[in-house]
Design a protein around this ligand. Structure first.
Ligand SMILES: NC(=O)c1ccc[n+]([C@@H]2O[C@H](COP(=O)([O-])OP(=O)(O)OC[C@H]3O[C@@H](n4cnc5c(N)ncnc54)[C@H](O)[C@@H]3O)[C@@H](O)[C@H]2O)c1
Length: 367
């Protein structure tokens, strides 16, 4: 059997504690890896969605049973509308009625929606159950599964109810990305490019060179990019466990992106597509304040992320209002993550509203 130490892995550090591993491996080895990180073999609750259950549900169920576990597989509808109190409640009901105790692990098998929802269920059931993130979307593999943020949406806004609940393990099989629909692939690519822009120049150059192979899902490139991009997130969250400082860099493009998602109506464009457009705006502002940024190169890479047409009647004023109501706007001041140069992000709130409007106009231009 392959041991944890033989496999490709990263480690999230949590202050003084050992933290948790992010292990890259075949889905079939998930149950044995749970044992290796010290989880008790017995009952476990697997939360997934319909699109992920179709290709992987039976396989995961069988793998657990074959390794001596007793899995309860809960399959929810797919999509952002699942991140609601109603679906959370359904997980509570099923798990509590089936019979769990404080050592029963919750396995989040799916994209960021399942990761956030199952993560929050794990955070709150019996005041906290062990959580294992098994991300299957590109966005979740490089971003959402790492860092311990969990939660659901409220009708007032996205992600407004939640908790920090760190997983015991993140288990990533990049081969599961083979079944990911093209639009979701693009959405994850936006976060991956964001990581390249905020981390280091070498990763940026590699992404720039090998993006076509990645887009064709060439196995070796996919494995390499997922690992290196996840490593950026691991590094940042290890330096800032509770989102007090450098973790803000991960919001590059997001102040604009969230506003666009909100103003265009959630579900019209994906989170990643909104971030792709948001990064164009953030790069525009970055150029205004720094002469060291190679703007044309960075913008060219970001413009390679295909985005759907933006509704023509979406007014800049509407986008500005949506920005002001973002929960991250502290005391009415908007914080922007900008780049001094590639790999050198910083946070500022010192941006004139006229510049923000100009950034929107630039970002929404088709070419
Ligand atoms: N917790 C965090 O730190 C964090 C960070 C970023 C985003 N998020 C959250 O993540 C969510 C977005 O994540 P997402 O883009 O993964 O969305 P998602 O979970 O809705 O997944 C996207 C779609 O792909 C499908 N899918 C996932 N894996 C698949 C596979 N291997 N094969 C076939 N279909 C597959 C899903 O069923 C869904 O339809 C948002 O709710 C966002 O708020 C959380």
């Amino acid at each position: 059997m392959t041991m944890l130490s033989d496999r490709k892995s990263l480690r999230v550090r949590l202050g003084g504690s050992a933290g948790y591993p992010v292990v890259f491996g075949n889905l079939d080895l998930l149950p044995s890896t749970l044992r290796e990180v010290g989880l008790r073999v017995g009952r476990c609750v697997v939360v997934t969605d319909r699109n992920v259950a179709d290709p992987y549900g039976i396989r995961v169920d069988k793998a657990f049973q074959g390794d001596g576990w007793e899995p309860l597989v809960l399959t929810l509808p797919a999509g952002e509308t699942t991140k609601t109190p109603q679906h959370l409640h359904a997980v509570y009901e099923a798990a509590l009625k089936w019979g769990i105790d404080r050592r029963t692990p919750v396995i989040a098998l799916g994209g960021g929606v399942i990761g956030d929802l199952a993560g929050f269920a794990a955070a709150t059931l019996l005041r906290g159950l062990p959580l294992v993130q098994v991300p299957t979307s590109l966005l979740a593999q490089v971003d959402a599964s790492i860092g311990g943020k969990t939660g659901i949406n409220h009708e007032v806004g996205k992600n407004l109810v939640g908790a920090f609940h760190q997983p015991e393990l993140v288990y990533t099989d990049p081969d599961t990305l083979a079944t990911l629909p093209p639009r979701e692939w693009i959405s994850g690519t936006a976060e991956l490019i964001k990581h390249a822009l905020i981390s280091d120049r070498r990763l940026f150059e590699q992404v720039q060179q090998e993006l076509p192979q990645f887009a064709r899902r060439q196995t070796s490139v996919v494995h390499d990019f997922v690992f290196r991009s996840a490593a950026v997130k691991v590094d940042i969250v290890s330096r800032d466990v509770k989102e007090k400082n450098v973790r803000a860099y991960l919001n590059f493009g997001h102040t604009f992106g969230h506003a666009l998602e909100k103003a265009s109506g959630y579900g019209t464009i994906t989170h990643g597509e909104a971030v792709a457009i948001g990064m164009r705006a953030a790069l525009y502002l970055s150029r205004r304040f720094s002469t060291k940024l190679e703007h044309a190169r960075a913008e060219a890479l970001v413009r390679q992320i295909p985005v759907p047409p933006i509704p023509a009647d979406l007014a800049i004023g509407e986008l500005m209002r949506a920005m002001q109501s973002d929960k991250k706007a502290e005391a009415g001041r908007l914080n922007f993550v900008l780049l001094r140069k590639i790999g050198e992000p910083y946070v500022t709130s010192d941006v004139a509203l006229t510049d923000v409007e100009a950034a929107w106009r630039h970002a929404l231009m088709p070419v």
